[in-house]
Design a protein around this ligand. Structure first.
Ligand SMILES: Nc1ncnc2c1ncn2[C@@H]1O[C@H](COP(=O)(O)OP(=O)(O)OP(=O)(O)O)[C@@H](O)[C@H]1O
Length: 253
């Protein structure tokens, strides 16, 4: 369980302070899939960095299973928009990397890496170098690598932002298929309202100046989220609600 309690983050700017997050309260249950949308600059990445332990809040509490977050930890896997794979390592070695760091013995490393490479459908590319893979494939390697160290929480910041629209839809389906087999708590940041609704149990809509939660939309659509779900009137209604919540606030100066 993740708990954010009155989390505030300010950055010093000349002659004042900039309020990137102005008191965020949020609870995320175990194995929940929560997406975060909102206009540029509303503090999405700041929120994720705080949860990842890469930034400290100015005030407020950030708890994972009741314990304060004091830095990065193996309980939280982070996946960024840029693929962040080691270019000189094969897919297999990239996926094994965190396990090696943890001192997991070789046979066990191989077994775990194989399992997650298969789960993201890249078994044919296990011995390939990242430069020979498409952007979508690289991002699947990043997902397998994050999963391999067995974090209970996955923090994903616009992970599919750099791939084309068709690949993006496939990656969404693939991520959900992985999550349904290996449930984790996921916090997933995106600019894409369709993506936010398609993936989530709940969509957190943020607003800017100061960065805050504007509203939370429950997505009570069944999993697996098939094309039929994506094309359903229920999906369209939710998408329209989230779209209005995000885009109408941008008209405010
Ligand atoms: N180190 C910093 N110093 C000063 N201001 C910062 C710093 N980091 C972030 N900010 C400001 O805080 C605000 C929130 O930034 P953040 O990156 O969290 O927004 P975001 O919602 O993720 O934006 P985007 O969707 O464009 O990625 C922005 O206005 C940004 O300029």
């Amino acid at each position: 369980m993740i708990s954010l309690r009155n989390v505030r983050k300010t950055f010093p700017v000349p002659s004042a302070e900039f309020v990137a997050l102005g008191g965020v309260d949020l609870e995320i249950g175990d194995n929940e899939f929560v997406t975060v949308v909102g206009p540029s600059g509303c503090g999405k990445t700041t929120l994720m960095n705080i949860l990842a332990g890469l930034e400290t809040p100015t005030s407020g509490q950030v708890l994972v299973d009741g314990a304060p977050v004091t830095g990065p930890g193996p309980d939280r896997g982070v996946i960024f928009q840029q693929y962040a794979l080691f270019p000189w390592l094969t897919v297999r070695k990239n996926v094994e990397f965190g396990l090696r760091e943890k001192g997991v013995p070789r046979a066990e490393r191989t077994r775990i890496a194989e399992h997650f490479i298969e789960l993201v459908g890249l078994e044919r590319f296990a011995d390939a170098l990242p430069k020979t893979l498409s952007g979508g494939m690289k991002q699947r390697v990043a997902i397998a690598r994050a999963y391999a160290v067995n974090p209970s929480i996955l923090l994903m910041d616009e992970p599919f932002g750099a791939v084309d629209a068709m690949t993006r839809v496939r990656l969404q389906e693939q991520l959900l298929a992985t999550w349904e087999q290996e449930k984790r708590t996921v916090l997933f940041i995106t600019h894409d309202v369709d993506e936010a609704v398609f993936l989530a149990n709940r969509v957190v809509v943020m607003a800017a100046r100061p960065g805050r939660i504007d509203r939370i939309v429950d997505v009570r659509l069944p999993y697996p989220r098939t094309e039929q779900v994506r094309l359903s009137p229920e999906f369209a209604a939710l998408r329209n609600r989230v779209w209005s919540a995000v885009h109408h606030q941008e008209l405010v100066p």
